[in-house]
Design a protein around this ligand. Sequence first.
Ligand code: GDP
Length: 195
Amino acid sequence: MIKTATFIKSAADKSGWIDDGVDEICFVGRSNVGKSTFINAITNQNKLAKTSSAPGKTRLLNFFNINNGQFRIVDAPGYGYAKVNLAQKMAFGEMMDDYLTNRNNLVGVCMLVDMRHDPTADDLQMYNFLKEVDLKVLMIGTKLDKLKKNDIQKNEKSIKKILNFDENDTFLKVSNTNKTNINLVYNVLVELLDG
Ligand code: GDP
């Protein structure tokens, strides 16, 4: 399990990346998908990952030390926020492209999608990119508590179909609110680290 999680630093670009051999798992997702709440839930903390008061404005990667050097969580800015301008969009794309393509420490990506809805064009673009650069993905479907029982399988199927989901990747449905399946996350992260 995750026993300790501490903030290390933020980085705007490559010059801020940490130069050592520790494995990293990057967390990506659309703004408001529940990424901060999820990171706080799996690390058992209230305020480790902060929800930005101005979503889309923060374009930094945030590095967290997990279990005193076992691995790092790298929290990426949320994408798809409607009010960002083209320059901000480009800067985000460039930073993520560089990190996801060139970061040797990166062993896998935890991508979050909202279980209530079909993936957005931005979600599809992100997942396609991750598959193009051959990254393993742990897909987290959030807000499970908001779904009617009958919709759970149906929505998962639809999300996977739209994303052309790679069956070698793992898909886990969670509720941050009820903590459903949060206890399963650590073992899947370890599979990414070991694989
Ligand atoms: P981020 O922008 O991806 O970091 O999203 P946040 O973690 O700030 O969450 C956005 C909103 O969704 C907040 O109001 C959260 O309380 C809510 N939220 C996050 N996870 C869940 C969940 O599993 N279920 C429900 N019902 N709401 C959630």
